[in-house]
Structures are given as C-alpha cells and as structure tokens.
Ligand binder design. Structure first.
Ligand code: C2E
Ligand code: CA
Ligand code: CA
Length: 620
C-alpha cells in the first residue's frame, strides 16, 4: 500500500507537469497537437484525482485534515477548469488554465513529496513491524523448538521413569508371588504352592510315573523349641528343609518339598509306574533322620514320622488327606515310624471318631474302672504294690484296650476326668489292699498341665484318706517334651505332698539323660521292650544295666515291666532289679480279686522258692 501511495503521488506530479507543459506550449506555439495533448493530459489528470480519492492515497490524504482540505481546494480548482479546456484555443482560457495549474502545482508537488515521506515512513514502520513480527516468529520458533526439545526430553524421562516403575512393579510382583508361595524361614514352598501343585497334577495327570505324597512330622520338635529355645528350633527347621530337599531330589528331579505347618512337611515324590513300594521312601526318610542333623546350634537328633499315600489310578487331591491320615497313625505307633495309607486306616479313623464320641458319655456313665497288676519283690516273691490300669468296657463296643483309648482321650482332653475317676477309685480300693503295699497310678501329661493339678491330688487324698506315702505317680518320658520347667515344678510339688514319682517306660521316649539330674525321681521303670529282648540282645542287656546303674546313682528304685518268663526274671534279678511286674507273676485284675490273689501268694512261702518253683511248675 505504501508503495502505491508513493507511486501514484509521483505519477500525479508528472501528469500535472506534463499538462502544464502542453498548455504552455500550445499557448506559445499554437500547435493543435499540443492542444489535443493538453486536453488528453487534463482528462488523465482528472482521473488521477479520482484515483487519489480512493485506496491507499485516500488513507494518506485523510491522515491529516489540513492535507485533505488542501487537496479538496486544489481539486476543485482543477475540475473547474473543464470549460476552459473546452475553449483552450481562447487565450483567456489558456491564461486561466496556466494560472490555476501553477497555483495548484505547488499543492500537488507538496502532496507528492509528502506522499513519498508517508510511503517511506509507512514502509519503515511496516518493515519495523515485519521485523518485529519476524523477531517474534523467530522467538516463537525458538520457543517452539526449545519446548519441543524440552517436551521430547520430558517424554523420554517420563518414559524412562515409567519403564523403571514397570520393571519395579514386575520385580515386586514376582517377589510378592514368590513370597506368597514360599515359607520365609526355610525358603521351601508353602501350602498355597502345594495346593497349586496338587491341582496341576490333577489337570495334567502324570503319565510316565506315579506320584506318592509323603506327610512328614518331626517328633520332639517342640522339645527342642522348649529346651533349646526358638532360635534352635528355627535352625532345626532350616536344616531339616535342606536335608529333605537333598534326599528327595536324589530320588527324582521333579520331587518337591513343602512346609505346611510348624514342623510339618509334605513331599511330592515321583516314582516308576510299576513301583508299588512307596513306603520304602518313607522308611528311607525315617532312617536318614536317625542320624544327627547339623544345625547352627550344634548337632540335634530328632525322629521323623511319615505317612505315605501312593497314587492309585487317576491322581486325586484327596491323596493328601490319605497321607495325613497315615501320618496320624504312624505317630500313634510312637516316634520314627513310617506308615503307608490303606483303606483300613479310614475304618480306624471312623473307630477313633466313634470312640472319641463315646468317651465323653462313658465318663458320665462311670464306665472306666481300674484293674490292678501286682508288683513283686523279686527276691522274696512277695507282693509289694499294685499298678492301677484303666479298663473300659463299653456296652456295645465291648472291651476297649487302654492303648487305644488313652491316646484319644489325651487328644480330646477327656483323659483329665478319666484319670481323676481312676485315681479316686484306686485310692478307695487300695485302702483295702494289704498294709504296706504301694499303689502306682499312671498320670498323663495333659493332667499334669491342669492349673489345679496339685489341688486335685491334695483334695483327693484328703477325701479318700489314702496315705500319700503309699502312692506312686507314673509319668512317661513324653511329659518332658512339653513345658519342661512347668512339669518339673508340678512334679516337685506333688512329691512334696509325700507322693513318689516314677519315670515310666524308661528308654523309649525322649531319653535325654539330662532330665534325670533335673528331678529327684523315686523310681525308674524299665520298659517291657528291653525286658523282652534282654535274653537275646546284649545291647538291651547293656541298656538295662545302665538304667540300673543310673538308678542307684540317683538313689531310685528300679522296676522291671513285662516279665513273661522265668529266664527274664532270673536275668533281671541278676542285673540287680529288685521289683518286677509281668503277666507271669500276675495279670491286671479287678479290685475284688486282689485279696484272694495275695492270700494265694502268701501261702506259697518261703517266697523265693515258691516263686521259682511255681513258675517252673506252671511252665513245666
Ligand atoms: P503302662 O503304664 O506301661 O502299663 C503296663 C502295660 O503293660 C499294661 O497294659 C499292662 O497290662 C501291660 N503288661 C503288664 N505285664 C505285661 C507282660 O508281661 N507282657 C505284656 N506284653 N504286657 C504286660 P495296659 O493295661 O493295656 O495299659 C497300656 C498303657 O495304657 C499303660 O502302659 C499306660 O501307659 C496306659 N494306661 C493304662 N491305664 C492308664 C491310666 O489310668 N491313666 C493313664 N494316663 N494311662 C494309662
Ligand atoms: Ca505305667
Ligand atoms: Ca510302663
């Protein structure tokens, strides 16, 4: 636009000058062509004036009102010359034209000059504006590029962070998944992992092999915990885990060990399809655990019990229950046993459940009565005491042996009321037994752990008026496997009531000789398993001799159980056992038969001879 103003201004000036030139030449020379040219340039100039009234020049003119007024006045004068140009031949017209043109030429000159300045200024301002815009655009571009780079960097960083977060999440997720399925102490797989493995085996039935599930429990783990402390218990569990892994992975690479409870483990073992001897795996585990386990707390010996269930047909998850059931029965046989599941165990389980239900009713009905097995002085052949042994005759189930119902009653807690009933009756019965004879009563650890145990015995003795000095309480070594300090304190309190305390089944239980020195035992009873094989097994004879020696060291009496033959009696006598009991000498019998039995015995004096001769006669 600025260029247009300047250009049109300059042209206007030229046209005005040309017009003036031709009018002046015509006036001077009177040439017709000059008149024509003058008229033509007048028309051109008029149309120029029109042009100046529009577009950019109009803007220029309107910029200043004085300029516009000046222009209007000059225009008017020029336009008014039209009649004079019609009559240009007339010198008066020529004179007027030249006068107006010279008068207005300064105005048009000035406007032309101004228009040029305006155009220059305008162009400069436009240039400046453009420059500013360019500068702004440069900045904008720079800002855009910079922010683009910034955004790129930010996105890259954000991406990196996201990737890191993603990696962290996935590592964390893996860690969480691992933790969820593993035991933190031993690192073994846990019950959740076991469930998964069992469902996996159900989905993809093993084809090339069969699966045996082995349920494992450590015998005496609790004792290690109680006696040596929980850290030692933990160390034992870790060492057990490593040992189990080493053993079972040597059998088959797919075998797995799981820890499913405190000291409970499960092994999933793969064996050949035609191998039916899964129990041998259980036996091997039991055998391996007969060796001491190395732990950070030193070498520890614990037995392992195992229940084995072998896949029979398709793999079913119930196999786990079968293995558990086999384990329960293996444990009921004592320590360090392995047992394979078979359907009869389920029947046994039903029997257990039935007995457990019946036990409670039997207590209320008073079905438990004590029988008494006489104990003899082996030298004189006289009856020196009686062991009360619980008997249960159920109206429908018939005679239920104590070996069967005592463990169930211990498990259910009914042993407390059974034991108390037996004790009370035995005290009353034994009051009628020969003077000076002792009464031995078995007492379970469950009874010993009752808060009122001391009070109970004190009151019972008060009620029955049975002299405590005639009373002996028999506890098995298994009591040492529980809260040892508490048990020893309880036993000491009972002893302070005047009751003698006997260690029953000595040698079959935990057998940590240390507790022999921790308590003042009155009697050690040699278990019948040692007596049974004493004649044939020199090791067993050695054990009996050791027990005898230990007993004399701690000033305790020794009682030999399970005497069934004359040879056993002779041997035990030779080894220094003074008191014995056994089927050969006298079976457990009801209280009513005791006096007659003792009477018959006393008729056989002199005692030593009678005992020996009688036995010889019976066996002869
Ligand atoms: P125990 O205390 O070792 O009792 C001795 C067991 O050996 C008795 O079995 C007895 O009948 C048996 N016995 C005696 N002489 C011979 C023999 O010459 N040969 C053989 N093979 N066995 C003989 P029983 O009466 O069946 O009692 C079994 C176990 O039940 C007892 O073993 C004892 O641990 C427990 N028990 C019995 N009565 C009670 C009770 O009232 N309370 C508690 N807590 N446990 C009891
Ligand atoms: Ca006993
Ligand atoms: Ca015994």
């Amino acid at each position: 636009m600025s260029y247009d103003v300047s250009w049109t201004g300059a042209n206007g000036r030229i046209e005005a000058a040309s017009l003036e030139k031709y009018v002046a030449r015509y006036a001077a020379l009177d040439k017709a062509e000059d008149a024509e040219k003058a008229r033509l340039f007048y028309q051109i100039f008029l149309s120029r004036l029109d042009t100046w009234n529009s577009g950019g020049y109009k803007v220029f003119l309107d910029q200043l009102p004085v300029r516009r007024a000046r222009f209007e006045r000059a225009c008017e004068k020029v336009v008014n010359l039209a009649p004079d140009f019609e009559t240009i031949e007339n010198p008066a017209s020529q004179e007027r034209i030249l006068s107006v043109l010279s008068e207005t030429s300064s105005t048009f000159e000035r406007l032309g000059g101004e228009s040029q300045t305006f155009a220059i200024a305008k162009a400069a301002s436009v240039r400046a504006e453009l420059k500013e815009k360019q500068r702004q655009q440069n900045w904008l571009m720079f800002a855009l590029v910079a922010s683009g780079i910034g955004l790129l960097a930010l996105t890259a960083r954000q991406n990196w962070r996201l990737r890191r977060a993603n990696e962290n999440i996935s590592t964390n997720a893996e860690r969480m998944a691992h933790l969820a399925k593993h035991d933190t102490l031993t690192g073994l797989r846990n019950r959740l992992a076991l469930d998964e493995r069992l469902s996996f085996l159900c989905r993809y039935q093993p084809r090339n092999d069969r699966v045996a599930v082995i349920a494992i429990d450590l015998d005496g783990f609790k004792t290690v915990n109680d006696v040596m402390g929980h850290n030692a218990g933990d160390a034992l569990l870790v060492a057990t885990a490593r040992k189990l892994e080493a053993i079972v992975s040597a059998w088959h690479s797919s075998n797995m060990v799981f820890r499913v409870g405190g000291d409970e483990f499960i092994v999933i073992a793969h064996i050949d399809v035609d191998n039916d001897n899964a129990i041998s795996l259980g036996h091997e585990l039991v055998k391996c655990f007969k060796q001491p386990i190395e732990t950070s707390y030193g070498n520890i010996i614990v037995d392992l019990s195992a229940g084995v269930a072998l896949q029979n047909g398709t793999f079913e998850p119930e196999i786990l229950m079968d293995a558990d059931l086999a384990l329960t029965f293996a444990k009921s046989r004592g320590k360090g046993h392995a047992l394979e599941f078979d359907k009869s165990l389920r029947n046994n389980l039903h029997r257990r459940i039935e007995l457990e239900a019946e036990l409670k009713k039997a207590v209320l009905r008073g079905e438990f009565v004590p029988f008494y097995q006489p104990q003899f002085d082996l030298a004189s052949g006289t009856v020196v005491g009686f062991e009360a042994l619980a008997r249960w005759s159920h109206p429908k189930l018939g005679f239920v042996p104590p070996d069967e119902f005592i463990p169930i009653a211990e498990g259910s807690g009914d042993i407390v009321s059974i034991g108390r009933a037996i004790f009370e009756t035995a005290c009353l019965d034994a009051l009628k037994f020969p003077d000076g004879t002792s009464l031995s009563v078995n007492i379970s650890v469950v009874e010993l752990l009752q808060d009122d145990v001391i009070e109970h015995f004190r009151r019972s003795l008060e009620r029955t008026k049975f002299p405590p000095e005639r009373l002996k309480l028999e506890v098995t070594e298994s009591v040492m496997m529980t809260d040892l300090d508490r048990i020893l304190t309880t036993l000491a309190s009972l002893r302070s009531l005047g009751i003698a305390i006997c260690l029953d089944d000595f040698g079959t239980g935990f057998s940590a000789l240390s507790y022999l020195t921790k308590f003042r035992w009155d009697e050690l009873k040699i278990d019948r398993t040692f007596v049974k094989s004493a004649l044939t097994d020199p090791v067993n004879r050695g054990i009996i001799r050791t027990v005898r020696g230990l007993a004399s060291l701690i000033d305790a009496q020794v009682v030999a159980e399970g005497l069934e033959t004359l040879e056993q009696i002779d041997l035990l006598k030779q080894m220094g056992c003074t008191v014995g009991q056994g089927y050969l000498l006298g079976q457990p019998m009801p209280a009513g038969d005791i006096l007659q039995f003792v009477g018959a015995q006393s008729n056989k004096s002199p005692a030593v001879m009678v005992l020996d001769e009688e036995i010889v006669r019976i066996h002869g």
